[in-house]
Design a protein around this ligand. Structure first.
Ligand code: URA
Length: 212
């Protein structure tokens, strides 16, 4: 598994405002969107392209365009929805599939409550978007889900990651998956409640407000 922590002043600035507890939801959503666009630039470095012949106003030339099979962007509901637009903005040909996963806050176990994805993902490049790689259990379940349907090239895009989650994910996913994690920052640790420290709190609540 490759892990890419993006070292860029704009990412660091936006992430700092995002982490701040006084940042309002509307600004949080805007910043999350902007950050994902910056992460997507790195996450799509190996996206499939093909040469195409075009005519500029001056001459003919061989250019490059995104090719088939179309990339698949998979937001993990609910918080991953806040990252969807930022990702698809850079990947105009992408299709979008959905995985609904919820973490039991006491046991930290993850269950899948919804999915909307093609049965056959053979040969598809998949981009899983989820703001927080905390324990790693959600992304393990998501990556296994995609792999069972034939995907082998999977990139997880996260805003924050915990070292524990990175290690758990790396150990759980076999060599058969070409797995990359692109993240804006790797934080210090997880606390006893499974929150990333220093983190940014509950990403879903900060994006969309608290649901009781
Ligand atoms: N999920 C969140 O939203 N925040 C964390 O810190 C960990 C998991």
């Amino acid at each position: 598994m490759r892990v890419l922590e993006i070292d860029h002043p704009l990412v660091a600035h936006k992430l700092t405002v995002l982490r701040d507890r006084s940042t309002h939801s509307s600004v949080f959503r805007q910043l999350a969107d902007e950050l994902v666009t910056l992460l997507a630039y790195e996450a799509t470095r190996n996206v499939a392209v093909a040469p195409v012949e075009i005519e500029t106003p001056v001459s003919g030339m061989t250019g490059t365009k995104l090719t088939n099979p179309k990339p698949m962007v998979v937001p993990i509901l609910r918080a991953g929805l806040g990252m969807l637009d930022g990702m698809t903005r850079l990947l105009p040909t992408a299709e979008v599939g959905f995985l609904g996963m919820v973490r039991n806050e006491e046991t930290l176990e993850v269950t899948t409550y919804a999915n909307r994805l093609p049965d056959d993902l053979t040969g598809r490049q998949c981009f899983v978007v989820d703001p927080m790689l905390a324990t790693g259990h959600t992304l393990i379940a998501a990556v296994n889900y995609l792999h069972e349907r034939g995907a082998r090239d999977i990139t997880c895009v996260t805003l924050l990651s915990a070292p524990e989650g990175i290690a758990t994910l790396s150990e759980a996913i076999g060599e058969d998956v070409d797995l990359t994690v692109v993240t804006a920052a790797i934080d210090d640790r997880l606390n006893a409640s499974g929150y990333i420290v220093p983190g940014l709190g509950d990403a879903g609540d900060r994006l969309f407000g608290v649901v009781d």
